[in-house]
Design a binder for this molecule. Structure first.
Ligand SMILES: C[S@@+](CC[C@H](N)C(=O)[O-])C[C@H]1O[C@@H](n2cnc3c(N)ncnc32)[C@H](O)[C@@H]1O
Length: 250
C-alpha cells in the first residue's frame, strides 16, 4: 500500500490541522446528546482530542495503525483528566459496538468505503451500536459536477511548506481525476522532498447522490433528522457540495 493516504500523520496535520468548523459542530452535538460517544475514523485525533479537552468522553476507532500511533503519542501529552476521557481501538468502521448515544462519522470518511453495499453494511452496523434515542452525525461530499469535466488528470498549483517534524522544505500539489464508471474521485496529494523523493497520498473517494444517501440511510433504519450543506446549517440545495446530516433511528 505505497499510496495509503494516512501513512504520514504529520503530513495529514499539515494539510488538515487548521480546520475547525467541524470540531465546533461535533463538540456541540456531543454536549446536546449526552451519553457514550464514538467517532468512526478518528484518525490522529483532530476532532477527538479537542472534544475530550472540552469535557466529552469519546471512543475512537480507525483502521490506520499509523494514525492511531500518532493519536496515542498526542494523548500522552494531555492532562490526566483529558486522557481519562479518551479510548480507541484499531478496526474497520463496521467494528463499532456498544450502545452509543451518539455516533460521529466525520470528514468525508464514508467515501473510503468501496461502494453502496459496504456503505449499507456499515450503516447497519452503526444502527446496531446506537441506542434507540441516539443520533448518527456525519459529513460527506455531494457530487461536484465540475469534477467530471476536468479531463483525465488535473494538476493543481504547487505549494511550499516545511515538514512539521524535520523542518525540511516540501513542495506539494494535488492531482485529481474522475472515474465515471466507478463514480470514484481520485485525489492524490503529492509531497516532494528537497532530494526529489515523492510521497503520493492517494484518496479514492466513492461519491453518492443525495437521493442515494437518503435511500441507503433509510434502508439501514435511519431517518434524516436534520441536513445542511455546511456546519452552520445552510439548507441543502441542488448546488450543495457537502452534506452534513443528523440521523435518528426510525
Ligand atoms: C478523512 S480522515 C478523518 C480523520 C479524523 N476524523 C479527522 O477529522 O481528522 C478518515 C479516517 O478514516 C480512516 N478510515 C478509512 N477507512 C476506514 C475503515 N474502513 N474503517 C476504519 N477507519 C477507516 C482513515 O484511516 C482516516 O484516519
Amino acid at each position: 500500500m505505497t499510496d495509503h493516504p494516512y501513512r504520514d500523520p504529520y503530513l495529514y496535520d499539515l494539510e488538515y490541522g487548521h480546520l475547525s468548523d467541524d470540531i465546533v459542530f461535533y463538540t456541540d452535538l456531543a454536549r446536546r446528546w449526552p451519553g457514550p460517544v464514538v467517532e468512526l475514523g478518528c484518525g490522529n485525533g483532530r476532532i477527538l482530542l479537542p472534544m475530550a479537552r472540552a469535557g466529552v468522553t469519546v471512543h475512537g476507532l480507525d483502521s490506520s495503525a499509523h494514525m492511531l500511533e500518532d493519536l496515542a503519542a498526542k494523548v500522552r501529552g494531555e492532562a490526566a483528566d483529558v486522557q481519562s476521557r479518551i479510548s480507541w481501538h484499531l478496526g474497520d468502521f463496521s467494528t463499532v459496538s456498544g450502545r452509543n448515544r451518539l455516533v460521529l462519522w466525520p470528514f468525508n470518511a464514508l467515501h473510503h468505503l468501496p461502494g453502496p453495499d459496504a456503505l449499507s453494511l456499515t450503516l447497519a452496523a452503526i444502527r446496531g451500536a446506537l441506542r434507540d434515542d441516539g443520533l448518527l452525525a456525519l459529513d460527506c461530499f455531494l457530487p461536484d459536477p465540475s469534477v467530471g469535466t476536468v479531463g483525465p488528470l488535473k494538476r493543481g498549483a504547487v505549494r511550499l511548506d516545511r515538514h512539521p517534524v524535520t523542518g525540511e522544505p516540501l513542495r506539494s500539489w494535488q492531482e485529481e481525476w474522475w472515474d465515471a464508471s466507478a463514480r470514484v474521485h481520485h485525489v492524490v496529494r503529492v509531497w516532494q522532498r528537497a532530494d526529489g523523493r515523492e510521497e503520493r497520498l492517494h484518496n479514492a473517494l466513492r461519491m453518492y447522490d443525495l437521493d442515494e444517501l437518503h435511500a441507503l440511510a433509510r434502508h439501514a433504519g435511519f431517518e434524516v433528522h436534520h441536513e445542511a450543506e455546511d456546519f452552520v446549517g445552510a439548507p441543502v440545495s441542488p448546488a450543495s457540495l457537502q452534506w452534513v446530516a443528523q440521523m435518528r433511528p426510525r
